[in-house]
Ligand binder design. Structure first.
Ligand code: GAL
Length: 372
């Protein structure tokens, strides 16, 4: 009798102490890392390197104040995308109040790419200055020789200072913008915005760069895609060969269509983009677009989500952050999005769903649990 109890005790101990590896995605649930802690990598992106996926994202903390950069950018690694190992903080905010990246500033949507020429990992992120809300609209860059970091902060900027977009007509360059007295979204206001009122306002100091992503093409050219012109127009800008700066070559994309949260991927010869509208932390309907070149022109394809009215108009209560091409599986892409919880930032959840294609358009459907 006694030995039976001992056996039951040993078995229960073994069952509870053994980590059962994950083999499915459960969108919206708590995703535990190897230490049993909810993954802290919001607004993130993934870099595949040496047979391993590295996930970088905003390290959020508790409460509403946890939306600020109190810690930095967190990194996790995985071989299979289901099980994640905590690799620690890749980019730390500074305690030095004279640093632009001081604790309490805003660091959002970090993305890391690998520069094969210099064998360096380059991280870009949306950067707002401490105490200045979202006014600075800058993009920041950090650098490391090791994928997991530590990344050294290099600089932040408003890109493409004194450069006209490639697709900006000469005839508009000489006109003076005038938004005075026009009601936002009125016909006159829209006309001025389309004609580049904000682009011109920011011409000398550099353009606004808020929600952003990076995309590296097959030829090694990297592009920085960001919400500009007071979030009304996306700018897609080429980076220099070392990925540390802008070449000055850029286009205005989906002009005055108010896109945020851009995510770009390539399938065959086509480039696809998934974005959101503008409603802050609150979810709205996703959009999609297609192009033959990262710099465009981009053609709108509509809302990629399918499901109930509520799911389709709220993107399953989430906002895009990245599209991951799964290695070794042809045409397999994962839509990665954030379900924000601004009142307790650290609790934000991850919505990862497979991308299907119908009539050459990306389609996303809800799944409670799924595997590749
Ligand atoms: C969202 C944006 C997030 C964050 C948030 C702040 O629209 O996508 O990255 O900036 O606004 O309200």
């Amino acid at each position: 009798m006694k030995s039976k109890y001992v056996l039951i005790l040993i078995c229960s101990f073994l069952i509870f102490s053994c980590e059962i590896p994950e083999n499915t995605f459960k969108p919206g649930e708590v995703w535990l890392d190897n230490n049993g802690v909810h993954i802290n990598a919001h607004g993130g992106g993934i870099l595949f390197f040496n047979d391993t996926y590295y996930w970088f994202g905003e390290h959020k903390t508790e409460g509403e104040a946890g939306n600020k950069a109190n810690v930095g950018v967190h990194c996790y690694s995985s071989k299979d995308l289901y099980n994640w190992k905590d690799e620690g903080v890749a980019l730390s905010v500074s305690n030095d109040s004279s640093s632009l990246i001081v604790k309490g500033c805003i660091v959002e949507r970090p993305k890391v790419i690998y520069n094969t020429k210099n064998k360096q990992f380059v991280m870009w992120f949306h950067h707002e200055l401490k105490g200045k809300g979202y006014d600075a609209a800058m993009t920041g860059v950090a650098l490391s020789d090791k994928i997991t970091g530590p990344y050294n902060y290099v600089k932040s900027m408003n890109p493409n200072k004194s450069q006209w977009p490639l697709n900006y007509p000469d005839s508009l360059k000489s006109l003076s913008p005038n938004l005075d007295g026009f009601k936002r979204w009125s016909e006159e206001w829209n006309k001025e915005m389309i004609n580049g009122a904000i682009l011109k306002r920011d011409f000398e100091r550099g353009q606004m760069a808020r929600d952003m992503t990076l995309f590296v093409d097959d030829d090694g050219k990297a592009y920085h895609i960001h919400s500009s012109e007071e979030n009304t127009t996306l700018h897609i800008a080429e980076l220099t060969d070392d990925y540390l700066d802008f070449t000055g070559k850029y286009t205005r994309v989906l002009i005055n269509k108010s896109n945020e949260a851009p995510a770009i991927f390539k399938k065959g010869e086509k480039y696809f983009m998934i974005t959101s509208g503008l409603s802050g932390w609150k979810p709205n309907a996703a959009r999609s677009a297609v192009a033959d070149h990262p710099l465009g022109p981009w053609k709108e394809l509509g809302n990629p989500c399918r499901g109930t009215e509520e799911e389709v108009t709220k993107t399953f209560y989430s906002q895009s952050t990245f599209v991951l091409p799964v290695q070794g599986k042809q045409d397999t892409y994962i839509f990665m999005a954030d379900r924000w919880t601004p009142e307790n930032a650290i609790d934000g959840r991850y919505i990862w769903l497979p991308i299907e294609f119908e009539n050459n358009k990306p389609i996303i459907k809800w799944q409670d649990e799924w595997k590749m």
